[in-house]
Structure formats: structure tokens, C-alpha cells
Design a protein around this ligand. Structure first.
Ligand code: CTP
Length: 214
């Protein structure tokens, strides 16, 4: 099968030497891409900048900004059977990029930010994706309720939710603990390495795909 995975943070430029980004390491998305490839599938990994090696037998499309990730996904989504959006896409980007380095002058500096395109939220409409759609939700409170709201709003088949306020898991860690939120039930996957969780997740996503085909 053909599987698209988005991963990593995005980088939103302020000027030629500065950007806004977030603490995503990309580990969960890269482990997922590797696990799908290991299971024999054709994987396209669309990734923001990370320090990770591209997994073996995975096609790689590097991007920097949310707008570039949006364009890359728009180009490739149609031929995919499954799409997993694990990227931590910046929600806002500077409204203008200064062509030259911004010099220090006043005591305060105000940046105007504008919303980035919601890539996962575009998958069904306008992209027209009809395959199995999996999103992620990084939350600091009301994990299940917030994830369930995203499941409905972004028309996903599954949301992989994790509580990023818990010490030792999530952002930048090798460990994670996730809650799988389906339209009619939820299932907790207890703390484990991102490597092990990725293999469990791939099984769950492939089962979901098979159930939808019946
Ligand atoms: N996502 C995306 N494009 C964006 C923002 C988010 O594709 N511009 C995807 C992420 O890859 C993830 C899911 O949407 O799969 C949830 O992202 P999150 O930032 O938690 O959702 P938001 O809709 O931005 O909600 P919140 O108000 O909690 O930030």
C-alpha cells in the first residue's frame, strides 16, 4: 500500500537568519515511517527539519515551512491509501519575511503572525482524500475531549493523542504514552519507546484500513 507520513516541526522564517519553530523532534513520525516500510509498504515521508536519519526504504520529501508542507501533501495525497499526519505544524507564521536581517533598534519588537493552512484539516476537503486518515493531537489538558473534537472537525478516522505536559514522554523524548481516539471508542497504549509504540500503531492503523474496506 501507499502511505504518506508527515513529521517534524515546521520552520517559519522571520528574516534570512531567524525563524519560529517548536520542540518536535520528529521521532514518532520517523519511527512510524520506518515501521510501515518494515511491514512492506511504500512510504513517502514529508518532513520538516530534524536531526534524524531518513529510515531505510522510505521516500523522503524535505520541507521547511507549513506552506511548503501543505503544497507537498496536496501534490501526493491523492494516490495514498493511508495518510498519517504526525508533523507539529506551526499554527502561525510571520505575515511578512524581512528581506534583510532585522537590526536591533527599539526596546520592543512586535511580530504580526497569520494562520498557516491546516494541512490535516484540508485532507478531506479540498484535497478530496478518501483513504484512512490519521491525525495527532498534542494536548496539555482534557486529552480525550480535545482529541475527539479534532477527530470530528478534521474528519479523521483516528486521532493519536498524547499529553505533552507529562514529564519524560512526548516532545524530544524517546518514550511516549498515547491514547487512540476512534469515532466510537478509545484505547490507551501504555508508556513504551516510540519505536515499540510505532509498531503497535502501524498494526492498529492497518486493522482500521482493513475494517473500512469490508
Ligand atoms: N496539523 C496540520 N496543519 C496545521 C496544524 C495542524 O496538518 N496547520 C495537524 C497536525 O499534524 C496534527 C493535527 O493537525 O495531526 C493536530 O494538530 P494541533 O496543532 O494539535 O491541532 P489544531 O487544529 O492546531 O488545534 P489547537 O487549537 O489545539 O492548536
Amino acid at each position: 500500500m501507499h502511505i504518506l507520513v508527515t513529521a517534524g516541526p515546521t520552520r517559519e522564517p522571520i528574516d534570512p537568519v531567524r525563524f519560529l519553530t517548536n520542540r518536535s523532534s520528529g521521532k514518532m513520525g520517523y519511527e512510524l515511517a520506518a515501521a510501515f516500510a518494515h511491514a512492506g509498504h511504500t512510504v513517502l515521508l514529508v518532513s520538516g527539519p530534524t536531526a534524524l536519519d531518513v529510515p531505510d526504504r522510505v521516500d523522503f520529501l524535505p520541507v521547511e515551512t507549513a506552506a511548503e508542507m501543505h503544497a507537498a501533501v496536496a501534490n501526493h495525497l491523492e494516490r495514498m491509501d493511508i495518510a498519517v499526519f504526525a508533523a507539529a505544524v506551526a499554527d502561525y507564521t510571520p505575515s511578512t519575511v524581512a528581506p534583510e536581517k532585522v537590526k536591533k533598534s527599539a526596546d520592543t519588537l512586535t511580530l504580526e503572525l497569520v494562520k498557516t493552512p491546516d494541512i490535516l484539516g484540508s485532507a478531506r476537503t479540498p484535497f478530496g482524500f478518501a483513504g484512512t486518515l490519521v491525525g495527532f493531537a498534542a494536548e496539555t489538558e482534557n486529552l480525550e475531549a480535545n482529541a475527539r473534537e479534532k477527530l470530528t472537525r478534521k474528519r479523521c478516522d483516528l486521532i493519536v493523542a498524547n499529553d505533552v505536559s507529562k514529564p519524560g514522554i512526548g516532545f524530544d523524548s524517546d518514550q511516549n504514552e498515547i491514547l487512540l481516539v476512534y469515532p466510537d471508542h478509545s484505547e490507551a497504549l501504555p508508556q513504551a519507546s516510540k519505536h515499540d509504540l510505532a509498531h503497535q500503531l502501524v498494526q492498529a492503523i492497518l486493522e482500521l484500513y482493513t475494517a473500512q474496506k469490508k
